[in-house]
Design a binder for this molecule. Structure first.
Ligand SMILES: NC(=O)c1ccc[n+]([C@@H]2O[C@H](COP(=O)([O-])OP(=O)(O)OC[C@H]3O[C@@H](n4cnc5c(N)ncnc54)[C@H](OP(=O)(O)O)[C@@H]3O)[C@@H](O)[C@H]2O)c1
Length: 337
C-alpha cells in the first residue's frame, strides 16, 4: 500500500426531489479517502458519468435499481487510477472502470472494478461511446428493435450519448433514412452536418407528429424511444407496417409527479402489426464482445463521431446532472474530477 488518508469529496443525496431536482437535493461532503483493506484497492477517480437513470434512483419508488439512500453517497459509472492496492490483479497505475462514482476516491475489489485499455481509447470513452450508453444503443437497435438493412429509423434524444450512437449505427448498417429529434437548432445542425443523419428537427419548434411526418414522408420502420410522451405518440403515427419500437427511456416523464397519459393512438398497433419492447442494457451484456469488435474500430478510424460535454470538478457534479436533464449536453455528459 502506498497511499492513504487523502482528503476526498463525495456527493450525497441530501433529500429526495419532488418533480424537477434542485441543488438542495445534494450534499457535497469532505471526507477521508480511507484505506484499502485486504483484497481491495484505492482508486482516484478521474472521470464520473452522470446519467438520466440517476433521477429514478433519487426517488424511493421501486424500480430495477435500488434507490439511493438519503444521507449516503450516490453511485454511478466512473473511471480512475489505482493509487494503492492490496488486490491481486490491480496494480498501482492501472486504470479501472467501476460503479463508485460521485466521489473523488473509491475503495474497490477485483469483482467490481474492471481494468480498461487506455492505449486504444481515452479512459472516459468507456463511460460513453465504448461504454454503457454505446452498448445501450447497439443492443437496443440491433437486438431489441431488430433493425434490418433498408429500414427507416427515427430516434429521439438523438444528440445525446445513446441517441447519437443509434443514428450513426443505423446509417453504417444501411438504413434507408435516419431521422433524429433534439432540443436545439445547434443539436439539429450537428446531427445532419456532422453525424450524417438524413433529417433532424427541434422538437420545441412545433408538434412532433407534424415535424416527423415532414422529415419521414415514407414513414418509419424502427423507432428508438429515449423520450416517451408526445414523441412516442408521433412515432406510432408514422410507423410503417411491421414497425418495431424499442423503449429505451422516457426522459420527458422522469420528473413527473403524476401518472402521465399514454399514447392515444395505440389502436394503430393492430393494422400496422407494430411491436414495442422495453429493455435494460444490463440484460444485454452478452452483446458486449460483438459491440466492441464492431464499434471500437469505427470509433478509432473516425467513422463514428462522438461528442462529450465535460464539466470540471467534483463539486460541479450536481449541477452537471441538473444540466443533463435540462439538455445542456451534446453527446455524453461527463465530470472530469
Ligand atoms: N434502457 C436502458 O438500459 C438505458 C440505458 C441508458 C440510457 N437509457 C435512457 O436513454 C435515454 C438517453 O440517455 P443518455 O444517457 O444518452 O442521455 P442523453 O440523451 O445524453 O441526455 C439526456 C437528454 O435528454 C433530453 N431531454 C431532457 N428532457 C427532455 C424532454 N422533456 N423531452 C425530450 N428530450 C429531453 C436532453 O436533450 P434535448 O436538448 O434534446 O432536450 C438531454 O440532453 C434516457 O431516457 C435514458 O434514461 C436507458
Amino acid at each position: 500500500m502506498t497511499e492513504s488518508g487523502d482528503n476526498a469529496v463525495e456527493i450525497r443525496l441530501a433529500e429526495r426531489p419532488h418533480g424537477e431536482p434542485t441543488m438542495a437535493n445534494f450534499e457535497i461532503a469532505d471526507v477521508d479517502a480511507g484505506r484499502p483493506g485486504p483484497g481491495q484497492a484505492l482508486v482516484r477517480n478521474t472521470w464520473l458519468s452522470v446519467d438520466p437513470y440517476m433521477r429514478g434512483r433519487m426517488s424511493s419508488a421501486k424500480s430495477y435499481a435500488a434507490p439511493y439512500e438519503v444521507g449516503e453517497p450516490m453511485t454511478g459509472g466512473a473511471v480512475g487510477e489505482v493509487v494503492a492496492s492490496n488486490a491481486d490483479g490491480l496494480a498501482v497505475g492501472d486504470t479501472v472502470l467501476h460503479q463508485l462514482g460521485w466521489r473523488t476516491h473509491a475503495i474497490v475489489d477485483t469483482d467490481n472494478a474492471a481494468k480498461i485499455d487506455v492505449t486504444s481509447a481515452p479512459a472516459q470513452a468507456y463511460l460513453g461511446v465504448l461504454g454503457m450508453p454505446g452498448l445501450t444503443a447497439y443492443a437496443g437497435l440491433f437486438d431489441v428493435a431488430r433493425f434490418a438493412e433498408g429500414d427507416a429509423v427515427f430516434v429521439s434524444g438523438a444528440a445525446g450519448a445513446v441517441g447519437s450512437m443509434v443514428g450513426q449505427l443505423a446509417k453504417l448498417r444501411g438504413a434507408s433514412r435516419v431521422i433524429g429529434s433534439a432540443g436545439s437548432a445547434e443539436k439539429v445542425r450537428w446531427l445532419t452536418e456532422e453525424l450524417g443523419f438524413d433529417a433532424a428537427f427541434n422538437y420545441k419548434d412545433g408538434p412532433v407528429a407534424d415535424q416527423l411526418k415532414a422529415a419521414a414522408p415514407d414513414g418509419v420502420d424502427v423507432y428508438f424511444d429515449n423520450v416517451g410522451g408526445e414523441h412516442l405518440e408521433a412515432a406510432i403515427g408514422s410507423m410503417n407496417l411491421g414497425g418495431r419500437i424499442a423503449i429505451c427511456g422516457m426522459i420527458s416523464q422522469y420528473n413527473a409527479t403524476e401518472p402521465q397519459p399514454g399514447p392515444r393512438n395505440l389502436v394503430q398497433f393492430i393494422a400496422k402489426r407494430i411491436t414495442m419492447r422495453g429493455f435494460l442494457v444490463g440484460d444485454h451484456l452478452d452483446a458486449r464482445p460483438r459491440f466492441v469488435d464492431e464499434v471500437a474500430p469505427l470509433v478509432g478510424d473516425g467513422s463514428i463521431v462522438y461528442s462529450e460535454t465535460v464539466v470540471d470538478g467534483i463539486r460541479s457534479a450536481p449541477q452537471a446532472f441538473l444540466d443533463l436533464l435540462a439538455g445542456s449536453n451534446t453527446g455524453k455528459m461527463l465530470v472530469r474530477v
